[in-house]
Design a protein around this ligand. Sequence first.
Ligand code: NAD
Length: 471
Amino acid sequence: MNNLSKNYINGQWVNWTGDTIDVHESGTGEVIAKVPASGREEMEQAIAAADAAFATWSESTLEQRIKVLEQLHAGLKERAGEIAETVCREVGMPIKLATGIQAGLPATITKTYLNLLPDFPFSEQSGNSEVQYAPVGVVGCITPWNYPLHQVILKVVPAIAAGCTVVLKPSEIAPQSAYILAEILDGTDLPKGVFNLVCGEGHTVGDTLIKHPDVNMVSFTGSTRTGNLIAHAAADDFKRIALEMGGKSASVILPDADLAAAVKGTVNNCLLNSGQTCTALTRMLVPAEQHDEACELAAAAVAKMTPGNPLEESTRLGPLASAQQRDKVIDYIKLGIEEGHTLVAGGPEAPEGCDRGYFVKATVFGNVKPDSRLAQEEIFGPVLCVIPYSDEAEAIRIANGTQYGLSGAVWSADADKAKQVASKLRTGQVFVNGGAFNPMAPFGGFGHSGIGREFGKWGLEEFLEVRSLQL
Ligand code: NAD
């Protein structure tokens, strides 16, 4: 990456000589890069470029769009090793997982759009009307740090495929993979101005992007707090919004489930990316009479998660992405102890041998009260709450008893029963008996977890307006 000191505006790498933002290596705390803390002026230039490019790109043929996405897909494959290492260093996901997920998923998602685009109905007939699906316009994309390139790709690829133009403001905590994307797109046939990248803080460049009258849509992934600000700002001039926000997802283990498999599946999911995953199953609901056994199984599963340098192949649990995030998670662990839940594993001290970097012990609390702050608030770290329940109706009530509704899981020996309970969860996706992740299935949240859906045709439709011609 040669362009980290620049922004990418109107097909050019534009020098930035003002203040910079330090990017830290999560495993050591060292500064590994500096990126622009750009000003509002750079953001305005990028929006103007995207606005100017829209007239042409919105009229581009499907073949042109597919060609660019094929070139992008090839570039993502070619630079996969670099992407995995970059995100591993920034975010702390162990390198093996980062290779499959942080680098692999962006290419997979791009491929899913390449597969669905040729048959996507950009117009259809309804009675005497031709219904057309037209690009929304200039899209502002704002993304977080936990799956930094994946979250960018989920917006940029369908937006470009829809005929929209884009201004991306990536997370300032993990911005480097967005630069790799910009470098790849710079080498494709994408016309200048269709994709722009401006790096900086949320309260400056992010704020300009969400309030600018020439931005027609904001597609955001991040915290519910920031999503709320964006929804308010967008209301002023009726911008379209798509919001992917926080979660506090429940794994409901029914009495007849294979307890060991269900606990293992839940713990692995909860600790993925050190718990820095919006869909993490952070509340494990177990029948009261199986509570102690479930806690023992969870403690044993957690003990296998060797913490360490995420660049080493043997590491199972990496650090968190920033000192701020580490401190926030430690405060929650202290809160859990103060609230009187049973500390089953882990605790607020750094794991042994991990004095540098942003490490937190994988922690399990038992007998957690469903209405406590620990069970209600998104922690975004390796902390699992085990919550006992008395019957199925109570389990469903507890699972649905937070402001969120992003993901969930149900485990039962009876597949129909599991599906029945899954259908009662007020959440955007439910994993039934460990069902596999599907990059073609819609992804998004109920309630405070989100508005809109990403992935597959649902992700593309977010970027399309509907027009009907009465003939
Ligand atoms: P965040 O809300 O702090 O930041 C996200 C982005 O918003 C960053 O680029 C940031 O600079 C920008 N931003 C901050 N303030 C802004 C403002 N006033 N105006 C415009 N932009 C602003 O979130 P984070 O800490 O980076 O990410 C963690 C959160 O993201 C968690 O809550 C997590 O659950 C959520 N998340 C959700 C999903 C999902 O798909 N639902 C996926 C991943 C992460």
